[in-house]
Unconditional design. Sequence first.
Length: 186
Amino acid sequence: MNKDDIRLRIRTRKSLLDDKERRSAAEAVFDLLEHTAAFMISDRILLYHSLPDELSTIAFIDKWHDRKKFYLPRVNGLNLEILPYDRSSLHLGAFNIEEPDGDDTTDMASIDMVVVPAVAYDRRGNRIGRGKGYYDRLLHDTRAIKVGVAYDFQLVDDIDAEVHDVAVDYVITERGIIRTSRHKRQ
């Protein structure tokens, strides 16, 4: 199955979820994440501000923003900039995603963990994004722990990774945590 077919299949499946299923899955996924050693030792975490069809990050951010230093991406041309999370300084940016305001950009080298959104993952950590390559460019040289979060149905058998694609270290769904084989490819 090609990437566009996978995107369509996942988008269709997401459209069938009700609010209770969305909330329950997000709670389960982020509960698993917060109990990982990787999360416990990470102080500076890059998250995404969720779109309506993604696992919601809002409750997780609200729960932890006083104890962890969170960052959000902001689109700048073809790339993402990283800025500190501040609930009072968000605006609706590119692709209708809430983005941080300000000039206080942060270097990816200072980030300990990245919670990576995607349309689909496989068990090797390969991912299919929305097709613009923003996260692949952002994550290309980072040493941060990369964690994919998804509904269980977003796990697919196999994704044909391209040379520029960046895999994640872990994939977390409401059914559990998958340590990927990404380490073997480094």
